[in-house]
Design a protein around this ligand. Structure first.
Ligand code: SAM
Length: 280
């Protein structure tokens, strides 16, 4: 049994929706992901791990950067995500990317084998983060580098906060947030905690750089944002048992809340991330 069975079950259950809304996810995660890849200084010929690679957009990007003499291994705990990742790599003619269905925390990733380990929002879900990052450090070469991007607190991320609050105002129930330090999207939102975990896992030269910007989308995309907000994240949990009338009311409430964020024809929502790098 995998060490993170609950997360494995969760990600398997959201995978079909994740695949359906991948264009939307790119609008949210694309820019911070590229920023983190740039910080990692990936070079041609290198061997790279993509941790929690999901449906593989960054695996494909990394594979392009390392070129035909390098390779990338995407690791993910949800087989359903990897089905799409393999399809994407094939569609895009990428031959130097492969994928393994495994838990980063417990899978034998080898030792002294990779130049870089990367993740775009895929490393916040470990029950034992020190064990997981120790495993990654072991897999890296002596001069290897880890780089990832993770979320700051929800208050820095209106794209999650605004719809979440709007749904809560309808249902009256607050989504069950993980306890501090427990696996979840905000488990690495505190820079001190990131330092502590990575140092305990044996990493050095740890740098945690906050980056805050605004997601800007044409007003016409608002219905898409509202629809996705109900199908993913906290709202999805809260509305799991809801009847049709409640769902319709929630959609109306989210749409109204997002409309308040439209200025000059653009929907504008804050986004806050931490870009992390560390050396073996
Ligand atoms: C927020 S998604 C990010 C996916 C992808 N990196 C992207 O940016 O589109 C988190 C991913 O981490 C994976 N994941 C969670 N826990 C994991 C673990 N212990 N080992 C490997 N993958 C894991 C999930 O299955 C999911 O695909």
């Amino acid at each position: 049994m995998v060490a993170n069975a609950e997360q494995a079950e969760f990600w398997a259950s959201v995978a079909p929706t994740w695949v359906e809304i991948e264009h939307h996810q790119e609008g949210i995660a694309g820019e911070p992901g590229r920023r983190a890849i740039d910080c990692l200084d990936v070079r041609p010929g290198q061997r790279v791990l993509d941790l929690g690679c999901g449906t593989g957009p960054t695996t494909v990007e990394l594979a392009r950067r390392v070129g035909p003499h390098g390779s990338v291994l995407g690791v993910d705990i949800a087989a359903e995500m990897l089905d799409r990742a393999r399809q994407r790599a094939a569609e895009e003619g990428v031959r130097n990317a492969s994928f393994v269905h495994a838990d980063v925390q417990s899978h034998d990733l080898g030792s002294d084998a990779y130049d870089r380990a990367f993740s775009r929002f895929g490393v916040m879900f470990y029950a034992d983060p020190v064990a997981a990052f120790s495993n990654v450090r072991r897999a890296l070469k002596a001069d290897g580098t880890l780089g990832f991007v993770c979320w700051q607190n929800v208050t820095a991320n209106e794209w999650m906060l605004v719809p979440g609050m709007a749904v809560t105002s309808v249902t009256g129930s607050v989504p069950a947030l993980p306890e501090p330090g427990q696996p979840g999207p905000f488990s690495l939102c505190d820079a001190d905690r990131v330092h502590e975990i990575l140092a305990a896992a044996g990493f050095a030269d740890i740098e945690v750089v906050p980056h805050n910007d605004v997601i800007s989308a044409p007003e016409g995309d608002l219905p898409d944002y509202a629809d996705v907000a109900l199908r993913m994240g906290a709202a999805r949990e809260v509305l799991m048992e809801a009847d049709e009338a409640t769902r319709a009311e929630a959609l109306e409430s989210v749409t109204a809340a997002l409309r308040e964020k439209v200025h000059d024809g653009q929907l504008r929502l804050s986004r806050g991330v931490l870009v992390v790098t560390a050396r073996t």
